[in-house]
Design a binder for this molecule. Structure first.
Ligand SMILES: Nc1ncnc2c1ncn2[C@@H]1O[C@H](COP(=O)(O)OP(=O)(O)OP(=O)(O)O)[C@@H](O)[C@H]1O
Ligand SMILES: [Mg+2]
Length: 264
């Protein structure tokens, strides 16, 4: 599903969180949002998730204005993972994941189907959370909870997958495994994914396009190789960095006290 944003702006009262953002993402592609704290990544995801409406501009899904979609259609085609939401819920992991299947239930269907359970079983094995299914969400570690949240997002088999910092809290192995799963999912189902990330290393490996936000505006957008230069990163984050390229992988080393250096 092709996603297009045209001059989209959003303010929380006096705070302009997203400022005239235009973006295009084709089916089967992953766009990565990077940028400092408070730069508007989560707000942009919430706009595409239809949780908030643009004050200006239009969001199109396959050429159709997002605000003309029925809420049930949106519930079926779009997953948005909020890593903070389920932290305090005293619900079981399996029940939380199964809530993603509710939009597909028939009227008066009170129980999950065999297919729903098979899907949860498959995703739990992929994300290595099978042993956690009977545990409560508020009794999981942050990394375990993060994997559960991603399983719930995928359980909908969404056409649009919106992930807010999916690699946060994950150890080095799961950071890669989870993004591998997301990438495979997007390719297999021709879904479109927008992922907010702080980790530019992961962004350079897994995203087709990177959009770098600062103060609600896109300051650079393109393939990771175009966006991740030390000049751009320094301007936006206000720290000196050395960008090292290993194949298609970019690593940013902050150099807090380093002054005289040639930049890439
Ligand atoms: N519910 C809200 N009410 C008022 N202001 C908000 C609200 N949510 C976010 N903001 C403000 O909007 C701006 C963008 O916030 P947003 O959460 O989109 O940033 P972000 O890039 O996701 O940051 P982070 O990397 O810290 O998650 C910030 O200035 C933030 O303080
Ligand atoms: Mg955020």
């Amino acid at each position: 599903m092709r996603i297009e944003l045209k001059n989209v702006s959003f303010s929380y009262n006096s705070v302009k969180a997203v400022d005239k953002v235009s973006l295009e993402i084709d089916s089967g592609k992953t766009l990565c949002l990077v940028g400092p704290n408070g730069s508007g990544k989560t707000t942009l995801l919430k706009l595409v998730a239809s949780l908030i409406r643009p004050k200006e501009g239009v969001i199109y899904l396959d050429g159709k204005d997002l605000k003309t979609f029925d809420i049930n259609e949106i519930a079926k085609m779009l997953s948005y993972s909020d890593p903070h939401l389920p932290r305090t819920l005293p619900a079981r992991v399996i029940d939380f994941i199964l809530t993603s299947r509710y939009p597909f239930h028939k009227a008066f269907q009170y129980f999950e189907s065999k297919d729903d359970l098979e899907l949860v079983d498959f995703l739990s094995r992929e994300l290595k959370i099978s042993h956690l299914l009977d545990r409560r969400l508020d009794q999981l570690s942050s990394g375990e909870l993060q994997r559960v949240v991603i399983a719930a997002a995928l359980a909908k088999k969404p056409k649009v997958l919106l992930l807010d910092e999916p690699s946060a809290f994950l150890d080095i192995r799961y950071r890669f495994e989870v993004m591998d799963i997301v990438k495979k999912y997007v390719a297999k189902y021709g879904a479109t994914s927008i992922v907010a990330l702080h980790d530019i290393n992961i962004a350079s490996l897994y995203c087709d396009t990177v959009a770098l936000l600062n103060k609600g505006k896109i300051v650079a957008c393109g393939p990771p190789s175009d966006v991740f230069s030390s000049k751009v990163v320094e301007e936006v984050y206000g720290v000196k960095v050395e960008i090292i390229q290993v194949g298609s992988y970019y690593v940013a080393f902050p150099l807090p006290n380093y002054r005289d250096r040639q930049h890439t």
